[in-house]
Each structure stands twice: as structure tokens, then as C-alpha cells.
Design a protein around this ligand. Structure first.
Ligand SMILES: NC(=O)C1=CN([C@@H]2O[C@H](COP(=O)(O)OP(=O)(O)OC[C@H]3O[C@@H](n4cnc5c(N)ncnc54)[C@H](O)[C@@H]3O)[C@@H](O)[C@H]2O)C=CC1
Ligand SMILES: O=C(O)[C@@H]1CCC=N1
Length: 295
């Protein structure tokens, strides 16, 4: 596979939180930092990229040309404009990845291509911010026109920053978004709650943070390495009439499992809404752009 440190060059369009997590995870793993170019319209955000040895522009320019992979990492609401501004630099060999929540592959393909020939070499990805430390989890779905090599390349890029799972379609990616895309925020909220709870019980902030982090880490490691279900592992902690039972009774009363399911359904629904909001405009936007934007 042609994904060596020497041949792979990547452009990020949008240099915010997710691009920073992916680029930091990729640099030195799959390509040198100098092979990563970032197009970020906010110039005040350029210094951290330059400090990492990556190149950066505030406007689309020839630094985009000839890059093997482009990763669109702007907000869903910014994606159509970002595509319109950059597509002139696309060439037929470019593999396009999008990490934008909700925006469907067909919609983006129409924005990138023409009404008669939507872009084919497209893999939609839903990564998460633990990619920053090489512990990401990404769902991927390719358009049927993406080649086996495109899929391999997307796999190597996202695989270099953590776990990858291929899913069938956009609907499944909305589910991935609700689980692993947004999931780190759920875990951080639980972590914050554990730390606050421990401090309310008299531990100092440092003790609370250390013990809370080690507990989450230890429990997830145990669950990953065990052949037993999380439910069985939970029962092992829970002595009849003991402390854990007292705590779990409070969680049950607050309907924690139902609340988590409800929250995830809201995230998936938001993904579908974003898809609907922008999907309807795909054809007309592509028609307006037609070939004019392409070199
Ligand atoms: N933050 C997260 O945990 C995750 C985010 N995502 C997706 O990643 C995408 C980016 O999210 P974040 O990084 O959190 O947002 P962000 O707001 O931190 O980053 C977006 C960046 O794009 C820049 N930008 C906007 N329009 C531009 C244009 N036309 N050309 C170049 N740069 C432009 C903005 O100045 C900003 O720095 C979103 O679509 C989101 O759905 C996906 C998975 C996880
Ligand atoms: O909150 C969001 O919309 C993005 C997508 C998944 C995580 N962050």
C-alpha cells in the first residue's frame, strides 16, 4: 500500500478541534508533520499548526493541489461553503474524507462533483477526539464508487489513530455519531460528576481526579479483557446490602440506562436533522456550482 511516510500528503480543510486531534495523532505515525497542510480561515489559530511543523493557509491555494487525501473538518453548517471554495483544487486522484456530523455522503458528493457526475472517491468518517492520543474510535462508510485502494487508504489514516469500524451507510454513521463520536463528552461528564461527588465527600481535587481516572480506566480495561458481560462484571462489584447496591439503587431510580438511551437517540436524531437540512439542497447547490468551480 502506498501509505508510507514519504508518499502520503494530507490537507485538512478546517483546523479546529477534530482536525487537531487527527493531525496530531497522524503526524509521526503515518506521515511526517511536514506532509500535513491545513486550510484554516481563522489566522489567529495558525500558530499551533506552524509550531507542530505543519503548513497552513488562510485561503485555498496551490498548497491543496496534488495532495493524496483531503479531510473536510469544518462544522456541518460550514461544509458547503468550504467545498465551494476549495473544489477547484481537487483532482481526480484525490481521496476526500469528511468528518462532518450528519452531512450525507450523497449530499457531499453532489457538492464536490457536478450534477451529472457526483464525486465518487469519498469516505465519510466519524472519528472522536481521543484520536489525539492514538486512542480514537472511528466509524467509516464509503460511497460505492470509492475504490478498494481508497478504502485501504482511509483505513490506514483513521486506523493510525485508533480503532476503525466500517458500517453500511449514513444511517449507521448517525448511530456511530451518537455512540463514539459524541461519546467522549458523555464520559467526560461522568468523570466530572465522579470528581465533584468525591470532593463533596471530602477528598481533595487531586485525589478525586486520580482515583476517578484510574477507576474509569481500570473498569474499561477489565471489560475489554474479560470474556464476561458488563452486567456480570457489575454484579461482581455489588454485594448484597452493600455500598454499591445503595449507589446503584439511586441510578436506577434516576433511570440512568433509559436516560443514556434517550440522550443517544437525541444525538442520532440531530444527525438526521442536519442531513435533512442540507440534503435537500444538494442537487440545486451542485447545479449552481456546475463545472465552473473545477479547474
Ligand atoms: N469535535 C469532535 O469531537 C468531533 C467533531 N466532528 C466533526 O468535525 C467537524 C469539525 O468539528 P470541530 O473540529 O469540533 O469544530 P471547530 O469549530 O473546532 O473547527 C472547525 C474549523 O473550521 C474553520 N473553518 C470554517 N470554515 C472554513 C473554511 N471555509 N475553510 C477553512 N476553515 C474553515 C473554523 O475557523 C474552525 O477553526 C464537524 O463537522 C464535526 O461534526 C466529528 C467527530 C467528533
Ligand atoms: O457535537 C457534534 O456535533 C460533533 C459530532 C460528534 C462530536 N462532536
Amino acid at each position: 500500500m502506498a501509505t508510507t511516510q514519504h508518499t502520503l500528503s494530507i490537507a485538512f480543510i478546517g483546523g479546529g478541534n477534530m482536525a487537531a486531534a487527527l493531525a496530531a495523532g497522524l503526524a509521526g505515525r503515518l506521515c511526517p508533520a511536514s506532509a500535513i497542510h491545513v486550510l484554516e480561515i481563522n489566522e489567529s489559530a495558525h500558530d499551533p499548526w506552524l509550531a507542530k511543523g505543519m503548513t497552513v493557509s488562510a485561503r485555498p491555494d496551490d498548497a491543496l493541489a496534488g495532495r493524496k487525501v483531503w479531510v473536510y473538518a469544518v462544522k456541518p453548517q460550514q461544509l458547503q461553503e468550504a467545498v465551494a471554495a476549495t473544489r477547484a483544487w481537487l483532482d481526480d486522484d484525490t481521496l476526500v474524507l469528511s468528518v462532518a456530523a450528519g452531512i450525507r455522503s450523497d449530499t457531499l458528493a453532489a457538492w464536490l462533483g457536478t450534477p451529472d457526475a457526483p464525486w465518487q472517491r469519498l469516505v465519510r468518517c466519524m472519528p472522536n477526539t481521543p484520536a489525539l492520543v492514538g486512542a480514537g474510535a472511528t466509524g467509516l462508510a464509503a460511497l460505492p464508487g470509492a475504490t478498494a485502494q481508497d478504502r485501504d487508504l482511509a483505513q490506514s489514516i483513521l486506523g493510525s489513530v485508533g480503532l476503525t469500524v466500517w458500517v453500511a451507510d449514513d444511517a449507521a454513521l448517525d448511530a456511530v455519531t451518537a455512540l463514539s463520536g459524541s461519546g467522549p463528552a458523555y464520559v467526560f461528564l461522568f468523570l466530572e460528576s465522579l470528581i465533584q461527588g468525591a470532593q463533596a465527600l471530602g477528598l481533595d481535587a487531586r485525589q478525586a481526579r486520580q482515583l476517578a481516572l484510574a477507576t474509569l480506566d481500570g473498569a474499561t480495561q477489565l471489560a475489554a479483557e474479560s470474556t464476561e458481560s458488563p452486567a456480570v462484571l457489575r454484579e461482581r462489584v455489588t454485594s448484597k446490602g452493600g455500598t454499591t447496591a445503595a449507589a446503584l439503587a439511586v441510578f436506577a431510580q434516576a433511570q440512568l440506562p433509559q436516560t443514556v438511551a434517550h440522550a443517544m437517540a437525541a444525538a442520532a436524531q440531530r444527525g438526521r436533522e442536519l442531513g435533512d437540512e442540507f440534503g435537500g439542497a444538494a442537487g440545486s447547490a451542485a447545479k449552481e456550482g456546475s463545472q465552473a468551480g473545477r479547474k
